[in-house]
Design a protein around this ligand. Sequence first.
Ligand code: CA
Length: 225
Amino acid sequence: MRVLVVEDNNELAELLTRKLEAASFGVDHAATAEEAGDALRDTRYAAVVLDLGLPDRDGISLVREMRSAKDSTPVLVLTARSGVEDRVAGLEAGADDYLVKPFAFEELAARLRALLRRPGEVLGKVLETANVAFDTEARQVFVDGRPEVLSARELTLLEILMRRSGKVVPKRYVEDHLFGMGAEVGPNAVEVSVHRLRKRLEALKARLEIHTVRGVGYLLAEAAA
Ligand code: CA
């Protein structure tokens, strides 16, 4: 599988290339957003590893450009430690995941593999993760094939997270979809809803975990056995 590494720090780019190749990825390298744009027009990549701080323009604008051109190639953003705003902006622009520098290479490889296993946003009628199925048309959840009753808010939250299963969903996105754009909600409204859904899933023996990604959002994943 071929990956595009967009990174202007040559030392880091070389290190990433070497390590990714050793992990049996094919690697192309772009040092600027312009080079990256050219490479993306020429080649269909399995994923893009994108540094946000590029010399010619912001990496976020590149993600936005890809998404508006209906290019759904998974993007893993690399960002500086202090950049909570960057991370949120990256995810909102359509990046799929992020990694804060400095990071262990093993983590990058693991995140990339996870991204490559996932299709883009799942648009199908029935969403499935672990032992949970969600018929989005009938608004019915099944755990191990048993139909279960969830509140309207629990259903909405679960659907938001299951549609992007395995990816971080920004908190603001959850808030907008759960309560409506620009709704007046308390500072802990999302946390409270997530807490309730976690309890409900646990009671139903659903093998799902909702992880809190501090300062960014939530990620739904299959619970470890
Ligand atoms: Ca940089």
